[in-house]
Ligand binder design. Structure first.
Ligand code: PRX
Length: 634
């Protein structure tokens, strides 16, 4: 059975399938899952309990996700490109791996992992640039049943180390360095620093990307070139239970350190392929390009798993949208005749700033569907994208989802569904979103706003947070009993379409990257001159949101520039450059209630420049701090 049979072809069919998925969810998913290759079929489609967070899909079934990518597709797609890798620089040669070549490369890497002592259930931390070996490493882990934990290669040594320790990773896969635009970053140095205090790490597998002379530690380091290419190109796929862990991906929440979101083999496979085929209306032969980094969930689901399960050709781009110039994305679309293109609003907005010339210069007529993901898209960016990239003929599919949801939840389906600028639209079949009011009751009406929750399980949903199940329950399933709480606020219009407003918790979305305010505050507070800080997000024309930090020092700061520089260095060292506050204001105190709680609402207003509507400040311990904060705001 072909996954193409899963493709919905009309809006009426979508409505029919949606109703079926609500009325008979088990039958609905049973039929969809039957299109995949399983070693053993399930006894039960679904069992679930949101209170204990015990959700099982396709229980009793066994499979290997890579067999569904390779063994299943090879008979027809052996010589079809699986990955087209486009380098950072136009001077470097690109690379294409056919399904057969990728299969062999994955098997070699899988055998190397085994030779390094990695087995089923072991965690492997992957800290690599956007080179094809990143996708190969991910799939090699899946092949042998090791659990991959990809860490975005912009995170600092401390962040990397935290993630390695939390996952108790046995192996780290990295490279000497990475290229990003005109810059290079010495990745291996970051890893050397990170693994100083990670007792679980037995080996570090190092890929040569830059030909840099790296410091080589013979007791730990193994060169990729010296172990991978020698391996056999055959490797039997490990038989995995449907609920065995496939991967961990760390993401930020309102409190504490980033959590390791766990996804499992069976459900994740079914849902990423199903959502990919439908949202992008994938047709065999289509070239799919998602510009995300594989360090984030979008790259996992819609560069690697969704497209490759479906037999698509997926483009992997090493670089950035503005290097060597602002036409780079469009040049690549023209070069590979990309049919489906997916990027983030922040990229669209940054390219808009360069005007129309760079985009009008290229032939984009191959595009059929264009997508946006990661943050709310504003009206202006939506129209620019639809007009200049989609030429007013491609549907814009606005994909709302999260690391925790594993796959797209609310989105247009190709050109089938009605589209409304800035609205993600309708839920995909199998997804039952609801809006709750402040008392946690479901709002039934249309033309309302509320807290976005999901009331029924779906196959690719989060199963746990690694090593701390209770934390997962507390974070997502306790605010509103019986619901998965997304952390987002949303609007539902008269037609039942959803528009995501943004986070209603203490999570900031900067250029589509998620950070918890507490995480950034903790980093700032590590700076020796800072005793306390409060961080809020405020609207930014390109990044969507930016970070505003209010900081309290234990001594008068006379050289503010120097102090700011030091704070920025501290945040860079602890989290990474991607989390830098844009504005840092020194304050003598933070607005706190008598019980000691920081009133972020006030700080948010100050950061947004809405100082006329600060609201009631009478409950503050010391209302005068607000006056000072307002007076000196940046
Ligand atoms: O606030 C929502 C926003 O990004 C958050 C999830 O971030 P992350 O787990 O990093 O995953 C990003 C890629 C799936 C959500 O809680 N978000 C994601 N997509 C959209 C969005 N906000 C509005 N519209 C979207 N299409």
């Amino acid at each position: 059975m072909s996954l193409q049979d899963l493709k919905i072809k009309t809006f009426e069919e979508y409505q029919y399938q949606y109703q079926k998925s609500v009325n008979q969810p088990e039958l609905f998913w049973d039929e969809i899952a039957s299109h995949f290759t399983w070693k053993k079929k399930w006894n039960k489609v679904l069992s679930w309990d949101f209170e204990k967070l015990d959700v099982k899909w396709f229980e009793g079934a066994t499979l290997n996700i890579t067999e569904n990518i390779f063994e299943r597709n090879l008979p027809t797609l052996k010589d079809t490109p699986a990955i087209i890798w486009e380098p950072n620089s136009t001077d470097t040669e690109n690379k294409t791996l056919t399904y057969q070549e990728l299969y062999e490369a994955v098997n070699q890497c899988a055998n190397a992992l085994k030779a390094l002592g990695v087995g089923k259930g072991d965690r492997v931390c992957i800290y690599l640039p956007m080179v094809s070996e990143l996708a190969i490493s991910v799939l090699a882990c899946a092949r042998i049943g090791a659990v991959h934990s990809v860490v975005f290669a912009g995170f600092s040594a401390t962040s990397l180390s935290d993630r390695i320790i939390d996952a108790e990773a046995k192996l780290v896969i990295t490279a000497d360095g990475l290229r990003r635009g005109a810059k290079t970053v010495a990745l291996k140095e970051v890893v050397d620093e990170a693994v100083k205090n990670t007792p679980s790490v037995e080996k570090v597998l190092v890929l040569n990307v830059l030909n840099e002379n790296i410091q080589f530690n013979p007791s730990l380091d193994v060169k990729w070139e010296e172990i991978v290419p020698q391996q056999s190109t055959e490797c039997t796929a490990e038989e995995m239970s449907s609920e065995d862990y496939l991967f961990i991906l760390y993401t930020s929440g309102s409190t504490g350190k980033p959590k390791g979101v766990v996804h499992t083999c069976g459900g994740y496979m079914v849902y990423t392929a199903y959502s990919f085929t439908n949202v992008y209306q994938y047709t065999p032969g289509d070239i799919h390009w998602c510009t995300a980094d594989i360090g984030w969930i979008t790259g996992h689901s819609y560069i690697i798993y969704g497209p490759l399960l479906s037999g698509a050709t997926t483009v992997m781009f090493e670089g950035i949208p503005t290097y060597p110039d602002a036409g780079r994305f469009w040049e690549i679309v023209e070069k590979y005749k990309v049919n489906q293109f997916l990027t983030a609003p922040t990229a669209i907005r940054s390219l808009m700033a360069f005007g129309e010339e760079p985009v009008e210069k290229y032939n984009l007529s191959s595009l059929k569907v264009i997508g946006t993901v990661g943050e709310p898209i504003n009206e202006e960016a939506w129209h620019w994208y639809a007009k200049h990239v989609g030429k007013d003929v491609c549907p814009v599919v606005d994909n709302w989802w999260q690391t925790e949801t594993g796959g797209i939840m609310i989105s247009g389906i190709g050109n089938l569904s009605p589209q409304k600028p800035t609205f993600a639209g309708y839920p995909l079949p199998g997804i039952q979103p609801v809006l709750l009011n402040q008392s946690g009751e479901e709002i039934q009406e249309h033309e309302v706003e509320g807290y976005l929750c999901v009331k029924f399980p779906w196959p690719s949903m989060i199963r746990t947070t690694y090593g701390d199940h209770q934390r997962c329950i507390d974070t997502y399933f306790s605010n509103y009993k019986g619901y998965y709480f997304t952390g987002d606020g949303a609007k539902r219009d008269a037609d039942g379409m959803y528009r995501i407003i943004g986070r209603i918790d203490d999570v900031i979305n900067v250029s589509g990257h998620r950070f918890g305010t507490a995480e950034i505050e903790n980093a700032i507070n590590e700076d020796p001159q800072i005793i306390e800080s409060a961080v809020v997000g405020y609207p930014h024309p390109i990044k969507g949101q930016s970070i505003y930090a209010f900081v309290v020092s234990d001594h008068p700061i006379d050289k503010q520039d120097e102090a700011r520089k030091s704070i920025l260095e501290t945040v860079t060292n602890i989290i990474g450059k991607i989390a830098l506050p844009e504005k840092i204001q020194f304050v003598s105190g933070l607005p706190k209630t008598r019980s000691g709680k920081i009133m972020r609402r006030i700080l948010r207003k100050v950061a947004e420049g809405e100082i006329e509507s600060l609201g009631d400040t009478s409950t503050l311990l010391d209302p005068s701090v607000v006056e000072e904060i307002v007076k000196n705001r940046i």
